[in-house]
Design a binder for this molecule. Structure first.
Ligand code: ADP
Length: 731
């Protein structure tokens, strides 16, 4: 008999430990396989962590341990679903992020392989059926059968449906002339890309590549201005690893950037590349995952979760646009792909390359200290000039184009000029929807979400009011519920409204829009970007999704429609994210041989963030912002953790948060600053009340044991839920 340590599929923190089961069947069970087990009168999927042989009987084990030991119901896998390296990684991630171990394992795996009951009905391997020659003799065949026989003989194994008349194929199978073969099918078809040769690298590119290879540090930051040719550096460094037979993970921060990167890698490596992102169906992701696990694909291009891809013999992890927040998952487990990359690289001895024009302050600081190798590309390719930028003061009414409530004369004029010249423009507006909010002209009632009190956004496409924080939607109201007045105003603007105005004011322009609304449709992102790249439209309008990474040579104008939107956001990081966003957006302009320009509309024309971003002056911004962070002891001078308490009972939530705050203040008094309890922006959602505690500290491992003790009683308490976001970006 064997004893098994099994993690149960339920993600509750209180169940985050292995449970003991027994198995006395004939199959060999190894750690990393899934089993079906009885648990609390249910039948659940479990994940085996440890297997131990025993000569004792169940009764003896029970007596020794002092609890009932049940037998598993069945074994679900023939082989472990994760490598040792990935299991170790899951333990590290679970411990660092305080995330239930099972939730990390689930986040690592494609749907069909997850340790959950749902996975059992997920996509399975799909096969293509081939026919091939089984008997090398056609002497006794009729002419018709001979024809089919010879067709397959000359072509080799042929897809059954392509082998000709199915009656004849069946006959040949029956007579033993043909046999069937099954080959695993790849449901994801890679985009067709022509193989391309490498360009001759510039002196700067060659220099950073050389520096990367001789560096003693295992992590490097490639800091290169927009358009400095970072992608070619990634490709060249990756090539060296592929040649050595080592695997490469290439991460991009969001799905909109995958098509370009996939294309670049495919043009060099073809079938060697696997792709992992959420536009793939579950079946496609399963196939890609298996191709990687089997070693058929050595290079993986993907978004955040691809950091867990089962790449064999991993040599290199690259994170492009390393500063982007979407590398951090905003639900449990709250992991950051960059942090996980560092953990994984340590385990496998791989190197990490972080790239950006506007590195996060954390990464830049480590590079300046020499913890990471600092590589720089200070100039654009071919010394192409950075775009000329204009800051337009939208507080000054004379700057508005007379026919518009959105555009300045300057930006509108330039937009028309660019369209007339047959060039292209990008308009960035960091807010989706049509109007920001709807209010009553008479009593000023603002329409809010009944679930969380967030202001509702008007969407012109379906004429609905939508909450951007939960799923609530409602029809556009005909009257004000407060005073019955019928005049309701749509105030502010988002991507849809900008698109509508452009269509009205620049009628000869063809526009495309890309935001998370339009991107809900599968493959819409890749399609829209391709249409724009193929110059089927003159103007691309979108949210931050279009601001970074893309390389459209014909774009000579970038308009930031309202630059201050992000600055008003109440977060210590708003300056950094706004600087990055504007710098990246401006950097999309004039990347080829034509000189580009950028127009930044703002109500705060003197704000340092806007001025420095317009100049692409990262250095001054970094120094200035670091002084502010130092003054307030914010990262990178400290680390931040957000603990969120929630329950259905408002008083219980407040009381629990208050007790935990004072408990932590006492326990961590020398090593951390504990702020709270704080009411979050949305403090009531879906029947639950929320309160937050923020913990600021310098040394995580020093406070960890005390934190653990303080959280323990709450984890056991079934009436309150505790959520822990380590290295939070969300404050
Ligand atoms: P970044 O990611 O640094 O903003 P890209 O990698 O997109 O910049 O490169 C900018 C442009 O320069 C792209 O169009 C790319 O094809 C081109 N490029 C890069 N390296 C070279 C090179 N060595 N020779 C010619 N063109 C290059």
């Amino acid at each position: 008999m064997v004893l098994l340590d099994v993690l149960i599929e339920l993600k509750a923190r209180s169940l985050d430990r292995p449970f003991l089961y027994a198995y006395d069947g004939d199959l060999t069970i190894e750690p990393g396989m899934r089993v079906y087990v009885p648990f609390n009168k249910q039948e659940l999927v479990g994940y085996v962590l440890k297997v131990e042989q025993t000569h004792l009987s169940i009764e003896e084990v029970e007596k020794k341990r002092g609890f009932v030991v049940e037998k598993i119901i069945s074994v679900l896998d023939e082989a472990p679903i994760l490598s040792n390296e990935l299991v170790q990684l899951s333990e590290i991630v679970s411990s660092y992020y305080y995330a239930p171990h099972i939730s990390v394992l689930q986040a690592m795996l494609p749907v069909s392989l997850r340790p959950t009951r749902g996975a059992l009905s997920g996509p399975k391997i799909a096969y293509d059926t081939y026919v091939s020659i089984a008997k090398d003799d056609d002497s006794d065949l009729t002419p018709a059968l001979t024809e089919t026989y010879l067709f397959v003989k000359s072509n080799g194994p042929t897809l059954r449906k392509h082998a000709g008349n199915d009656y004849r194929v069946s006959k040949l199978l029956e007579s033993g002339h043909f046999k069937l073969e099954y080959k695993e099918k790849r449901r994801y078809e890679l985009p067709k890309v022509n193989r391309k040769s490498k360009p001759k690298l510039t002196t700067d590119q060659n220099k950073v590549i050389e520096e990367f290879f001789v560096a003693t540090q295992s992590v490097a930051l490639l800091e290169g201005v927009t358009g400095s040719g970072k992608t070619e550096v990634y490709l060249a460094i990756a090539e060296a690893y592929v040649k050595k037979g080592e695997g490469v993970i290439m991460l991009v921060p969001e799905i909109a950037l995958t098509p370009m990167m996939v294309k670049m890698f495919l043009s060099r490596y073809g079938e060697e590349v696997a792709v992992l992102h959420s536009e793939l169906t579950n079946a496609q992701r399963y196939d890609e995952y298996r191709r990687i696990a089997s070693g058929k694909a050595q290079i993986v291009v993907g978004v955040r979760s691809a950091i867990f891809a089962p790449v064999k013999n991993l040599g290199l992890i690259i994170l492009d646009e390393e500063h982007v927040e979407s590398y951090k998952q905003s639900t449990d487990p709250y992991y950051h792909a960059r942090e996980v990359a560092l953990f994984r690289a340590q385990l496998s001895g791989a190197k990490v390359l972080l790239g950006s024009a506007t590195p996060s302050l954390e990464t830049r600081t480590r590079a300046l200290k020499g913890v990471y190798k600092h590589l720089r590309l200070p100039k654009r390719i071919n010394e192409q000039a950075l775009p000329t930028t204009h800051i337009i003061d939208m507080q000054n009414p004379t700057n508005f184009a007379p026919e518009s409530v959105i555009f300045s004369r300057q930006l509108l004029g330039k937009l028309k000029e660019v369209v007339n010249k047959g060039e292209q423009a990008i308009l960035l507006i960091n807010r989706r929807g049509y109007a920001t909010y709807v209010n009553c002209r008479s009593c000023n009632h603002v329409f809010k979400c009944p679930n969380d009190q967030a202001t509702l956004t008007y969407h012109e496409f379906d004429k609905m009011l939508k909450c951007h924080h939960c799923d609530h939607v409602e029809f556009f109201p005909t009257t004000c519920p407060n005073c019955q007045n019928k005049t309701l105003w749509k105030t502010g603007f988002g991507t849809q409204r900008v698109e509508e105005e452009v269509n009205k004011l620049v009628p000869n322009a063809k526009t495309l829009r890309l935001d998370s609304d339009s991107a809900k449709v599968r493959s819409k992102i890749a399609k829209t970007l391709k249409q724009f790249a193929d110059q089927e439209a003159n103007i691309l309008i979108g949210t931050q999704m279009i601001a970074k990474g893309h390389d459209f040579p014909n774009v000579t104008l970038v308009g930031v429609v309202l630059a201050d939107l992000g600055l008003n956001f109440p977060s210590y990081r708003s300056s950094e994210t706004t600087f990055q966003l504007i710098t990246q957006a401006v950097g999309r302009s004039g990347r080829s041989d034509k000189i580009g320009s950028a127009y930044i509309q703002t109500n705060m024309p003197n704000h340092y963030v806007i001025n420095l971003a317009a100049k692409q002056d990262y250095e001054t911004f970094y120094n200035y912002e670091m002084r502010i962070r130092n003054m307030h002891n914010y990262p990178p001078y400290s680390y931040l953790m957000k603990v969120s308490i929630s329950s259905k009972d408002k008083t219980l939530t407040a009381k629990t948060a208050a007790i935990l705050t004072s408990d932590l203040q006492v326990k961590l008094k020398d090593d951390a600053e504990v702020l709270g309890p704080l009411l979050p922006y949305i403090d009531y959602l879906g029947g639950y009340y929320f309160q937050n505690i923020i913990i600021k500290y310098k040394n995580y491992f020093k406070i960890k044991p005390e934190l653990f003790k303080a959280f323990r009683p709450l984890i056991e308490n079934t009436r309150v839920t505790i959520n822990i976001d380590v290295d939070t970006l969300d404050i």
